[in-house]
Design a protein around this ligand. Structure first.
Ligand SMILES: O=C(O)CCC(=O)C(=O)O
Ligand SMILES: [Fe+2]
Length: 187
């Protein structure tokens, strides 16, 4: 009769080679759990960020005379951007000129390293780091959803110094298949 482990079809840790192989591809359980649990505060922050996105989205909806719960079911995503700026990259562009494609972005920029620039009538103006502040950006979908009443801003990230720069953003990544296509808001 085969053992329960063999019945799963997974390799059974019989040989020293197998044990070595598994120890090479999996971290020790205790280390793994410590690492997973260390993400808890980040997950709490993600929930706060989601609530904030929903609150701001609700305010925008209300400003358009819609129910503030309008966007409650919309998806949210969370992203961390890491730029490994080297001496060679100083003066170059870290993120090309773009508008955010979703509905709304809340950005926490690196508090010590600048680089974010916004397009004001064709001229890129630096957004200097302001500790303790968050930046709110409307995306393309807000423009589409409101039939052009809400505007997006073009922005980019420039490398100012040879260092690591980290930014985090939470955003509502609505696409045209998510009920936010033009006119859905009734405009
Ligand atoms: O890193 C930043 O400051 C901005 C990043 C950005 O524009 C984006 O993630 O869409
Ligand atoms: Fe962006």
């Amino acid at each position: 009769m085969s053992s329960p482990a063999a019945a799963t079809g997974l390799p059974v840790l019989k040989t020293p080679f197998m044990k070595l192989w598994v120890s090479m591809i999996w971290p020790p359980l205790k280390l793994f759990m410590t690492s997973v649990l260390s993400y808890r505060p980040l997950l709490r922050k993600e929930t706060q960020l989601r609530n904030m996105l929903m609150d701001i989205g609700g305010e925008i909806a209300e400003s358009m005379r819609l129910n503030g719960d309008y966007c409650k079911e919309w998806p949210c995503q969370f992203r961390i951007n890491k730029y490994n700026f080297t001496p060679e990259s100083v003066g170059t562009t870290g993120v090309q000129i773009h508008t955010d494609s979703g509905f709304l972005t809340i950005l926490q920029d690196n508090e010590n390293v600048g680089g974010l620039e916004v397009d004001k009538s064709g001229e890129f103006l630096p957004v200097d780091p302001l500790p303790g502040s968050l930046l709110v950006n409307l995306g393309d979908m807000a423009n589409v959803w409101s039939n052009g009443r809400l505007h997006t801003v073009r922005h980019r990230v420039q490398c100012k110094e040879a260092t690591i720069r980290v930014s985090m953003d939470g955003y509502i990544p609505l696409g045209t298949d998510s009920g936010a296509a033009a006119g859905t808001g009734g405009f």
